[in-house]
Design a protein around this ligand. Structure first.
Ligand code: FAD
Length: 448
């Protein structure tokens, strides 16, 4: 039983953070233990990322410090995928997450590890340039090494430290050509000295690794060519899902809510079965684009605003837009008035799927990789924004400026609740209650 009087907050979910949580419980700490980490994966160990896991010899599960259920069993409150961006030592609070949740602590442990040194040269954000620190990086690199091995490709590694040499060995094992560029005259010079370093250089040369010693990279040239095909693929996936939903509704006369819920279950199961938790980091340039701010306003908000403005014009000023509203109000009347009901529905499901695909790609860029539950937090919020914004959930009435007003209202509400120290649970209950209240106030929509 947790004693809520004492709170120990741990920032960072690496080995240090997870082991600190374990030790607290092992030593009999009975207060709240809150572990906050900006990575979405449960705490894991990094050494296998350049060794057995990269070689495909260790399973994904083997890298985790504890199995996921361990945290619940030991009353460790996990906040994954959330960044701590402020600490107030006077008030003893940390702020984390997109909505600025505040939590009070009695003791705070910063176990935030270290970041790889980035090269300050042109071209580091091009497609084909990788860093290795996170599980997602290792997952991506694994695929890259496998395809380099298959296609007789060439990997250049900057730095002959432990991780550089381990990746060189792994890449050779996959069958790729490998060249290592290192600024000293021997590998691992600063840790092992020249004689032992030479031994490692010879060992790797025997396995086909080429070295350039006393050299530094000054520029990386190439094209960031995969971002557009990637976006096109996300758009295409979304379109296919949207069209499949339409086909289910049309072909089997299924109620839309059932059709979309069941197809989402099918697509998620396919992703779990074939993706096996694979999480691919976005190219650095694309990630930077999604987190970019224009005069302090996040680019994602600007993109949402522009899209909403375009869709407002489409809905009000085009035949398609008016057909959507007419079909929403009364499909039979729309049909009698000459609207091509099925064509309108087809286009709308396809567009909605396409937008969802694009939104998913942008969010994957923003969060540093896609994950299946990435949109979970937005489900209730998007319904709330639609309802509060004055768009009819039963169809036939759209209010795009209202969406923006409702988004701002919800944002303010969440910020206010956070400032009052309200937890996520109460916040969700309040959002649900607001939706119910707005629907009731709107007179039960079309049920009349
Ligand atoms: C590929 C690779 C191979 C390695 N191999 C070996 C090896 O063979 N032997 C060895 O001894 N060491 C090895 N290391 C080093 C070893 O992994 C690190 O020393 C170890 O991970 C440090 O653990 P940590 O818990 O202190 O920090 P980390 O593992 O770095 O974890 C810190 C966590 O805190 C998160 N974080 C940071 N800032 C915030 C914030 N503001 N809010 C929320 N979360 C935040 C980070 O994203 C990260 O998830 C290797 C490292 C790598 C990358």
């Amino acid at each position: 039983m947790v004693d809520a009087d004492q709170t120990f907050v741990i920032v960072g979910g690496g080995l240090a953070g997870a082991k600190a949580a374990e030790t607290l419980r092992a030593e009999g700490f009975t207060g709240r233990v809150i572990l906050i980490c900006d990575e979405r994966d449960h705490p894991y160990e990094r050494p296998p990322l350049s060794k057995g896991y990269l070689l495909g010899k260790e399973e994904r599960d083997s890298v985790f410090v504890h199995e996921p259920a361990w945290y619940a069993r030991n009353d460790i409150e996990l906040h994954l995928g959330e960044t701590v961006d402020a600490i107030d030592r006077e008030a003893k609070t940390v702020r984390f997450g997109e909505d600025g949740t505040l939590v009070r602590y009695d003791k705070l442990l910063l176990a935030t590890g270290a970041e790889p040194r980035r090269l300050d040269i042109p071209g580091t954000d091009l497609a084909g340039v990788h860093h290795l620190r996170r599980l997602a990086h290792a997952e991506r690199l694994k695929g890259v090494l496998a395809s380099l091995g298959r296609d007789n490709g060439h990997l250049v590694i900057a730095g002959a430290g432990w991780i550089g040499l381990e990746v060189a060995a792994a890449a050779r094992e996959y069958g790729a050509e490998v060249t290592v560029v290192h600024r000293d005259q021997t590998p691992l010079n600063s840790v092992l000295g020249p004689e032992l370093g030479q031994l490692f250089a010879d060992l790797h040369r025997d396995h086909g690794v080429r070295f350039h010693f006393g050299a530094t990279l000054t520029e990386i040239t190439g094209q960031d060519g995969m971002v557009l095909p990637g976006l096109a693929a996300a758009l295409a996936c979304g379109l296919v899902v949207g069209i499949a939903n339409w086909a289910l509704i049309r072909g089997f006369a299924m109620p839309p809510i059932i059709a979309t819920l069941s197809s989402s279950l099918v697509f998620q199961s396919v992703a779990i079965a074939y993706g096996r938790g694979l999480r691919i980091s976005p190219p650095d340039g694309f990630a930077a684009f999604t987190t970019w701010q224009v005069a302090g306003v996040p680019m994602m908000a600007v993109a949402g605003f522009v899209l909403a403005a375009i869709m407002a014009v489409v809905l009000q000023r085009t035949i398609y837009g008016r057909s959507v509203l007419a079909v929403g109000q009364n499909p039979r009347a729309a049909h009698l008035a000459g609207v091509k009901v099925e064509r309108t529905r087809f286009l709308t499901y396809a567009l909605s799927g396409g937008f969802a695909g694009l939104a998913g790609a942008l969010m994957a860029g923003y969060f540093g990789g896609a994950s299946l539950d990435m949109g979970k937090d937005y489900l209730l919020n998007s319904i709330a924004v639609v309802v509060i914004g004055g768009t009819s959930v039963a169809g036939g009435r759209a209010n795009l400026p209202g969406l923006w007003g409702a988004s701002l209202f919800l944002f303010l509400l969440v910020t206010m609740l956070n400032a009052l120290g309200t937890g996520t649970g109460l916040r969700l209950v309040l959002t649900g209650l607001i939706i119910i209240a707005v629907i009731v106030a709107a007179g039960g929509e079309k049920t009349r």
